[in-house]
Design a protein around this ligand. Sequence first.
Ligand code: GLA
Length: 386
Amino acid sequence: MNIDFVRSRFIKHFDGTTGELYASPGRINLIGEHTDYNNGFVFPGAVNKGIIAELKPNGTDKVKAYSIDEKDYVEFGLNEEDAPRASWAKYIFGVCREMIKRGVPVKGFNTAFAGDVPLGAGMSSSAALESTYAYALNDMFGDNKIDKFELAKVGQATEHNYVGVNCGIMDQFASVFGKEGSLIRLDCRSLEYSYFPFDPKGYKLVLLNTCVKHALVGSPYNDRRLSCEHVAEVIKAKYPEVESLRDANFDMLEEVKDQLKPEDYSRAKYVIGEVQRVLDVCDALEAGDYETVGKKMYETHFGLSKDYEVSCEELDFLVDVAIDCNVTGSRMMGGGFGGCTINLVKDELYELFIEQAQAKYKEKYGKLPKIYDVVIGDGSRKLVVE
Ligand code: GLA
């Protein structure tokens, strides 16, 4: 991420003065997919790619926002009826509104932002954008009175109320709470979390981007969430202690199978298994047992592909290439319907795997997958310029 680049554009686009700079990262997720909105566990980490924004109060009641990457400029007011049309601007508007709802006296400001987290790659570029502005507005207008948990919830509420994706808390949490070199195990019910230093000796973690862009807005994502909530309700009728699929087990699911549509049953089966897999992977990591970590990653992929049905042909193809190359673990990452696979690869297999994946993908789809070596970075922060 290039601070000087954002600053130079901010100066050029506005009145020649400078403001304050803030940054937030995208995220990876080792395991625990579609478990967050089921109150389960997730295991993400922030990456060294994300969004940088510069902001300066402008003494008006308007936000004047410039997207450097889109080369698009938008102005909007801060009242509920002032929502902008541009999709990128809705995120900033939503964050302003959610901060105002929490008592932060947000006023007009000039802002420019840019990012290097690929859009639609399942690495949460939108959470990076939300967290950047939530952190910035808290610092600039709110005396930093809103705590980090609430900043993550501001981003999530923006998705729910201004974007239309009923996402869980994982992406925004990872973006705000990220810590260099560590993954975060998060209990999405209690929001208890712990950092796990992640330095798998002898292995690399690498993302392969299918370059099939996923968009969760208006997608089957919300639909999956409804399925899960429905199954939890059916189980709850028998077992009142079950508030969400987090509390359910396979036996309970089997008991209500007859009352469920086959697709709802399969989806719930995936989620119940996945909640447990996160815990198993944490244990395996603590024991330095990367073979088990990898095995669980494959299990997750097959569950997401066959039972949860959120994969796509290109993702499945790249996971098959990983299997052919004896890669330790591989799976689609994030919401699905496109984006990246995440791969745990032995050092000595790394080059061969990348070569094979590129050659085979090119042959089949006529384009190269993009390769990103994972570097686990810090969460939301203010940038200090010398
Ligand atoms: C998207 C959502 C997250 C989570 C993942 C799937 O990234 O924003 O809340 O549900 O999909 O694990």
